[in-house]
Design a protein around this ligand. Sequence first.
Ligand SMILES: Nc1ncnc2c1ncn2[C@@H]1O[C@H](COP(=O)(O)OP(=O)(O)O)[C@@H](O)[C@H]1O
Ligand SMILES: [Mg+2]
Length: 315
Amino acid sequence: MRTSTQSSQQQTTAFGKVAVLMGGLSAEREISLQSGKAVLEALLRKGVDAVAIDVDENILNRLITNKPDCVFNILHGRGGEDGRIQAALELLDIPYTGSGVLSSALSMHKYLTKQVWQASGMPTPPCQLLKADSDFDAIAAELGLPLIVKPVQEGSSIGMSKVEQASQLEAAYQEAVKYDSEIIAEKWVQGSEYTVAILQDRALPVIRLETPNQFYDYDAKYIANTTGYHCPCGLVGENEQALQKLALDAFQCVGTRGWGRVDVMIDEQGNSWLIEVNTVPGMTDHSLVPMAAKADGIDFDDLVWQILQTIEEKK
Ligand SMILES: Nc1ncnc2c1ncn2[C@@H]1O[C@H](COP(=O)(O)OP(=O)(O)O)[C@@H](O)[C@H]1O
Ligand SMILES: [Mg+2]
């Protein structure tokens, strides 16, 4: 008779050698290294044969040489969250956690993601692409103020700023364009901010974010100790369920799968607005997905294990 220890050992060895891809070359490298360390330690505690790979420009050679049986991808931002590493892994026939090539690339691109949502009748704040020669006053007049200006393919709130007056829009564009060639101005949502973690096609308990800063910027995310994380989020049950459903629909609408996180805002009139999808969100022990999982009774190690298992579902 098989004991439960034996069967759980068989489960953990079923994945063979798991490479945890972390670090990378994006602006979010440091966060990814922290996420990767936490994921690696959890996999090892679970008995998985896991190794870390700090990703650099040599990654293809290293994957070919190391030949992992599968990959736990915890690279944040460009290169790792935008379909590129996913495409390389597809070519090398190495199964990996998280979303595929197309949906990773799409979700990394805030402007195209919003266009797909709009075409599907999902609520997302109006926005416009900004160019160096844009008529900034006309765009401010058309969208209305305030606005938030964002690099289209960046994360961690890098290069973003709030614009209160039309005269500030060009400077905000100049700041954002340091980080990306494509920039959007998006209508500002005055209200509350929420984030919804998705795990194995299920929305976890909603978290409400609160910051004394203008918005949930880099400082509020990683440095300040004044950011409030509320889970339970304070919405009445049916409103929380509606937000979970909206987030899950928005996630599936862009083809993302396995796990991720959807950022949503609710304005002062109670309307929900989809902001973005993260296909490889932070996984440090104080990140948002682990926080939502914990509220659902899933500890960090089990969360990491469940994300790894999503590889099986893809096969
Ligand atoms: N339309 C908006 N109105 C008000 N605040 C916003 C809006 N869009 C984004 N923000 C703020 O900026 C933060 C970062 O924006 P987001 O689009 O989620 O980019 P990132 O990929 O950097 O997380 C959000 O968490 C929120 O605090
Ligand atoms: Mg975000």
